[in-house]
Write a protein that binds this ligand. Structure first.
Ligand code: GTP
Ligand code: MG
Length: 238
């Protein structure tokens, strides 16, 4: 078994909440409503993974499975500059695969191992984990099948993380309206169907002026708690 490593989020507040950062060999799920900062955090994690080890990075390539077409190279360039990294070199190390539907998404996760033979990938991102599944499997009759496919997909992701000692980061949009949230089977805290298996779950809430509240839920060994992060032009900070 390889030694578990931790990837910085860019915010020392959030890193501390996570006991040092996102762990390799685990899945970390960021969930929250639209605009809560999930995609921004994914961009920051991608940049951070490419950073040299002396600067807390993994000196690695990154694979992003992008299901909503929300990857923005310009944002990577801004964040790379803020860390004194060469923006072009940083972008070259971030490989983006568009997933056109849930089936394609599952396939891309299976193919990630092929990519890992060519590139040293220590961060695999799925942004969003759930959007295709939500739009394709609607109605009560399809819930069981959806959950089964999603569980298998997450198992594939976790396997990748274990084999390559990689961080797996995924996003899941949920409603901030409690009535909607608690009726949502894909809400990671006690949905109708057994919640899908992420080892670490971080709930993001909007606050004033670029601030976001991040809450750690249900961690296997870390205390629950919350902290504040900020989204700025330079990226994610305290
Ligand atoms: P969904 O994918 O719709 O569920 O939302 P999300 O959680 O992925 O939200 P996302 O990460 O896209 O957050 C968008 C928000 O980040 C914007 O509304 C801005 O508040 C903030 N943001 C994005 N880019 C910048 C930037 O360059 N500067 C600053 N200050 N804030 C930014
Ligand atoms: Mg997003």
């Amino acid at each position: 078994r390889k030694e578990i490593k931790k990837l910085t989020t860019g915010s020392s507040n959030l890193d501390n909440l996570l006991g040092g950062g996102l762990e390799t060999q685990s899945i970390t799920e960021f969930f929250g409503e639209f605009g809560s900062g999930k995609t921004q955090i994914m961009h920051q994690l991608a940049v951070n993974a490419t950073m040299p080890v002396e600067k807390n990075g993994f000196d690695s390539d990154v694979l992003i499975i992008d299901t909503e077409n929300t990857f923005r190279p310009e944002r990577i360039i801004q964040m790379a500059r803020a860390k004194d990294l060469d923006p072009d070199q940083t972008l070259e190390r971030i490989h983006v695969a568009r997933a056109y539907n849930s089936h394609h998404q599952i396939l891309l996760a299976e193919k990630a191992a092929d990519m890992a033979r060519e590139y040293r990938i220590r961060l695999l991102i799925v942004d969003s984990l759930t959007s295709h599944f939500r739009s394709e499997y609607v109605g009560r009759g399809s819930l069981a099948e959806r959950q089964q496919l999603l569980n298998r997909h997450m198992h594939d992701l976790l396997k990748f993380g274990t084999i390559y000692n990689a961080v797996i980061a995924v996003t899941n949009q949920v409603s901030a309206n409690p009535a909607v949230f608690f009726g949502d089977p894909m809400n990671p805290i006690g949905g109708n169907i057994v919640g899908h298996t992420a080892t670490f779950r971080i709930y993001l809430r909007k606050a004033k002026a670029g601030k976001r509240i991040a809450r750690l839920i249900d961690s296997p060994y870390l205390p629950e708690g919350e902290t504040v992060i900020t989204i700025t032009e330079s990226g994610i900070t305290d």
